[in-house]
Design a protein around this ligand. Structure first.
Ligand SMILES: Cc1cc2nc3c(=O)[nH]c(=O)nc-3n(C[C@H](O)[C@H](O)[C@H](O)COP(=O)(O)OP(=O)(O)OC[C@H]3O[C@@H](n4cnc5c(N)ncnc54)[C@H](O)[C@@H]3O)c2cc1C
Length: 599
């Protein structure tokens, strides 16, 4: 394959037709572009790391494509604890550079890159000994606060406070008095992880990246026996195969890294191990507290995290070698989380309090070969053969650093000079103008006819793109009503998920664009019919497809519930796999493309 000699800038970067919209027409156009041109960079994997790589590369002026096998963010990046944090655990291990880097990212995301999506959250850290523990933890949390002041940025968060047991109980009356002697209150940040991924991808698309979900890489194109010159992929919506040529392929598939490495004959250099973490969701009224809570557990820490009208509680940490797309939570996982949180609650939680459960897989580095350039204890970049860069490990908070390191490695394989990363000064879609809109929320409420609480909800999810959602409501006021069965969301948000946010199936909307699947007692089942009917417009579904989507969603929920009754991982996995992965879209002529088998 001849390499264009033109400068990098001439080939990629911002185009006049680029849009942040990720609807069905934009997906079709992206697939045409991916198949029809040689890119400079093709990213495999649409989790937070792949999305970050696409944005980093396209904003350096490179021509970029990204393919994701399932829904954007549907791997680990929608199943985390949703914290943007330095990690007190790493501080305890005295890994100060790592903590400092993560806290610096936290400030950047909170204040400059995504103030609409990343929000402050406080945690109470109870302790059980008098004297030495308060001093020990106090020094640690002070260091955490000080490390957060870096690179000329403010933390964007208040400093920590020491609390007596009496004042801690005022903040968190749910705590069992006998379970602690005093506490510290400190601040971190949180994000809706799945929504953040889509926003990074929309930003990248706005700069000209060609982005397609439900497009699975099945092999690598090679030249001269070793050099990678692109990929073979399948559009899972139609079954069509395509070849995508690229000067550099970046693998950002997280826990699937080994599968891509196997495509270069096992010449991999990063070993990724999957570790399962399970979270429970309970209603806010089950735990009386004005703040989140963090506890030490025998193996790690457990968070009780405020989440709208709910609490998220987790997590576990166990090896997982079964299905990666749908890690299943077992009865044992759920009982473990309940037993840990109940150590400090005056009124214990039971299984009857649980609204939602989700499980995710940590992509942990498990030893690297010599060819790996290990950039931090958490993530690694490798260049096992010409034309292929691997990036893996790390955590959500530092995705931007991982992306920068991966694109720096890509730059070595490209002709011409590639500019340095600029994502530290690149606000995400919806960030520009957010503060001014927030200040105008009462007048927005008056002009739209929505209660100000809804405007705040929309601004916290779409930032300055809120106007696009309000325009849908202005055109059809019925869309300004809450979604029946998941009334924390407006019907317009379901339409917008399909028209602008890349949702292609009901599961995408109920599990990731909204969180109805973990925030409602019936896990989104009673919202399914209305949501599918609303998605049918932008996705041009026929009534038969609406029924198939609803039926598939019900099967998924039933399989998940049943798996959570199983005693072992093996049983839970087998039961969860009883529900089909995705519903192919029924074509106009009634033909149905082949079902995608589980991977
Ligand atoms: C329980 C848990 C809690 C966590 N909590 C936090 C936290 O609070 N804060 C924090 O900073 N970090 C946290 N993390 C870590 C963080 O979530 C992950 O490090 C991060 O989401 C990994 O992103 P990724 O893009 O590497 O992987 P993923 O999000 O898994 O993305 C990889 C993508 O590649 C796609 N893919 C795979 N194979 C192919 C193929 N052949 N073709 C095309 N696409 C393919 C997959 O479908 C997937 O979407 C947590 C992790 C877990 C599991």
């Amino acid at each position: 394959m001849p390499r264009p000699a033109a400068s990098n800038h001439a080939q990629g970067g911002i185009s006049a037709t680029a849009t942040t919209r990720l609807g069905p027409d934009e997906r079709a156009a992206a697939l045409r572009s991916l198949a029809g041109t040689e890119l400079q960079v093709l990213v495999v994997g649409g989790g937070v790391v792949g999305a970050g790589v696409a944005l980093d590369a396209v904003s350096r002026g490179l021509s970029v494509g990204l393919v994701e096998a399932r829904d954007f963010g549907s791997g680990t990046s929608s199943r985390s604890s949703k914290l943007i944090h330095g990690g007190l655990r790493y501080l305890e291990q005295l890994d100060l550079p790592l903590v400092r880097e993560a806290l610096s990212e936290r400030s950047l995301l909170l204040q400059r890159l995504a103030p609409h999506l990343v929000k402050p959250v406080s945690f109470l850290l109870p302790f059980t000994h008098y004297g030495w523990e308060r001093v020990y933890l106090g020094v640690g949390v002070s260091a955490y606060d000080v490390l957060g002041l870096s690179l000329g940025q403010t933390r964007g968060l208040p400093g920590h406070r020491q609390l007596t047991r009496h004042s801690a109980l005022k903040l968190a009356p749910a705590l069992k008095r006998s379970a602690f002697t005093g506490a510290l209150l400190y601040w971190d940040a949180q994000v809706d992880d799945a929504r953040y991924v889509v926003t990074v991808l929309r930003t990248a698309a706005g700069y000209g990246a060609h982005v397609a979900s439900r497009t699975q890489v099945t092999g690598l194109l090679r030249e001269g026996g070793s050099t990678v010159i692109g990929v073979r992929a399948t559009d899972l919506e139609t079954g069509a195969d395509l070849q995508i040529r690229a000067q550099q392929v970046v693998n950002a598939t997280g826990v699937w890294t080994d599968e891509i490495q196997a495509m270069v004959g096992g010449r991999g250099s990063i070993n990724v191990r999957a570790s399962k973490g399970v979270h429970l969701v309970v209603p806010r009224d089950r735990i009386q507290s004005k703040t989140g809570i963090i506890l030490r557990t025998p193996v790690s820490v457990l968070f009780v995290i405020p989440w709208g009208r709910h609490w998220i509680i987790g997590t576990t940490d166990t090896d997982w070698a079964l299905d990666k797309a749908h890690p299943a939570a077992s009865r044992a996982d759920i009982d473990y989380v309940l037993s840990q949180v109940n150590r400090i609650l005056a009124v214990p939680l039971t299984r009857d309090d649980i609204e939602g459960v989700y499980a995710g897989l940590r992509p942990l580095l498990a030893g690297e070969s010599e060819s790996t350039s290990k950039l931090s204890r958490e993530h690694a970049v490798a260049h096992p053969v010409p034309g292929l860069v691997l990036i893996a490990g790390g955590k959500y908070t530092t995705y931007r650093i991982m992306a920068r390191d991966a694109v720096d490695a890509v730059a070595h394989g490209l002709p011409g000079k590639v500019p340095p990363s600029c994502t530290d000064v690149l606000p995400l879609a919806g960030a520009d103008g957010f503060v001014a809109l927030w200040n105008s929320r009462y007048s927005l409420a008056r002009s739209s006819g929505l209660h100000v609480a809804w405007i705040e909800h929309l601004l916290g999810r779409y930032g300055s793109m809120t106007g696009e959602v309000l325009a849908l409501i202005a055109a059809d006021p019925q869309l300004g009503r809450p979604l029946a069965g998941a009334d924390d969301y407006l019907r317009a948000e379901v339409v917008y998920a399909a028209s602008h946010e890349g949702a292609r199936h009901l599961d995408d909307t109920l599990a990731r664009r909204t969180r109805a699947s973990i925030e409602t007692w019936d896990r989104g089942v009673s919202a399914a019919e209305e949501a599918a009917t609303l998605m049918a417009g932008p996705l041009r579904w026929k009534p038969r497809q609406v029924s198939r989507e609803v039926a598939n969603y019900r099967l998924r929920v039933a399989a998940e519930r049943a798996s959570q009754e199983a005693d072992t991982d093996q049983d839970a996995d087998a039961i969860r796999l009883g529900a089909p992965d995705i519903v192919p879209v029924v074509n106009g002529d009634g033909a149905t493309p082949a079902l995608q088998p589980h991977s």
